[in-house]
Write a protein that binds this ligand. Structure first.
Ligand SMILES: *[C@@H]1O[C@H](CO)[C@@H](O)[C@H](O)[C@H]1NC(C)=O
Ligand SMILES: *[C@@H]1O[C@H](CO)[C@@H](O)[C@H](O)[C@H]1NC(C)=O
Ligand SMILES: *[C@@H]1O[C@H](CO)[C@@H](O)[C@H](O)[C@H]1NC(C)=O
Length: 341
């Protein structure tokens, strides 16, 4: 008699005398769209399998028709006969690759053993926020004050953090909650300021990240927290640009933004090479707490060093300066920065 000590689901013809088991089944995975991965399946047999056999891979219960690696198909498999290990390779992963994968060893006469299924999930990261935090102006001592943001559907859930004045600030207190929507999750975050004080004044932004997309950081809109009742000299919350030197194409659109807080509200001006600018046909100036300077079509005469000035009854101050330089070719990442405010 044959002793069949099979750990996993198995269906064998009673006559077959192999003790087959799967020692390492494929494991659940999450992969980014467009990436590649492999599933492996290791079988054990006692005594050695002498009959012809083959190993198939199943996707959602159906046998996959796999061609040996040729570089032309997205899915292929390979077999290491000495260790009886089969590997399934999937390249350029698409949404439809999401599902259950299992491996199946069949011996010539029809008996087979099938592994447990491994789930392949596709990682996604929404490109935008559903809810941006809203600006608030509490009085000193007022609280708690809540700032809220909600990021789009992603899988697995995105991690949300808060920036204050574009910086990570470990003193910020926030909690993230998630709501499942089908296969995806919406992550929301609430920042709590228990009692508003002048040092809380700032520009607050949510950032969504996922370890599957290390090169992407999705930012929400920015909320300004202005704490009233106390007079305050102008304080810069946002300078015209993060970089001191900004290369730009002739003909490109340019938007520079600076944000200032003060009480009473400061008057904001823009300067190029030390001269105060006024709007003209292709230049839009908007003033207020957040002030943008837009040049619809950048020309050689716009080259120079730009900064904001702010003035109220208590003080006057200048932002950092950004020097605009004309270049022929600039990396795409720079373009993104130019257009992100
Ligand atoms: C994905 O699956 C759907 C439904 O089975 C099918 O209509 C569609 O063509 C598939 N897309 C790709 C890119 O294979
Ligand atoms: C099926 O398995 C039995 C038992 O091992 C063997 O005697 C028989 O030859 C096999 N049939 C084929 C077609 O390999
Ligand atoms: C979120 O952060 C935690 C802790 O750093 C990490 O284990 C997890 O993988 C992150 N999630 C995503 C989707 O990146």
């Amino acid at each position: 008699m044959c002793s069949l000590s099979l750990l996993l689901f198995i269906s064998l013809l009673p006559l077959l005398c192999y003790n087959l088991k799967i020692s390492t089944p494929p494991t659940d995975r999450t992969a980014r769209l467009g990436s590649k991965l492999s599933f492996s399946c290791l079988f054990q047999q006692t005594p050695d399998l002498t009959q012809p056999y083959n190993i198939d891979w199943l996707f959602n219960g159906n046998i996959l028709n796999l061609i040996p690696p040729s570089g032309l198909t997205r899915r292929s498999s390979s077999l290491d006969t000495s260790s009886l290990t089969s590997t399934l390779f999937i390249t350029e992963i698409i949404l439809n690759d999401s599902g259950q994968y299992s491996c199946q060893l069949s011996v010539n006469n029809g008996s087979f053993i099938t592994s447990e299924s491994a789930l392949l999930e596709i990682a996604t990261l929404a490109e935008n926020f559903l809810t941006n935090p809203e600006s608030k102006s509490p009085m000193v001592g007022e609280g708690p004050v809540y700032l809220f943001c909600s990021h789009g559907e992603s899988h697995p859930p995105a991690n949300i953090t808060w920036l204050k004045n574009s910086q990570i600030d470990s003193s910020l207190s926030f909690i993230t909650t998630t709501v499942t929507v089908g296969m995806n999750v919406v992550a929301s975050s609430t920042l709590t300021i228990s009692q508003a004080k002048p040092s809380d004044i700032g520009a607050y932004t949510c950032v969504a990240t996922s370890s599957y997309f290390p090169d992407i950081e999705v930012r929400s809109g920015t909320a300004l927290l202005m704490v009233g009742s106390e007079t305050s000299a102008p304080v810069w919350l946002q300078h015209p640009h993060e970089e001191a030197v900004l290369p730009i194409y002739i003909g490109a659109e340019l938007i520079l933004t600076c944000t200032v807080f003060g009480n009473p509200s400061p008057i904001v001006t823009w300067e190029r090479d030390g001269s105060v600018l006024s709007g003209s046909n292709d230049v839009t100036l908007s003033t207020g707490i957040q002030s943008s300077y837009r040049i619809a079509v950048f020309s050689e005469s716009d080259i120079g060093s730009y900064r904001c000035g702010a003035l109220n009854i208590l003080d006057s101050t200048y932002s950092h300066t950004v020097e605009l330089r004309f270049v022929l070719f600039i990396p795409v990442t720079f373009l993104r920065k130019i257009y992100s405010i």
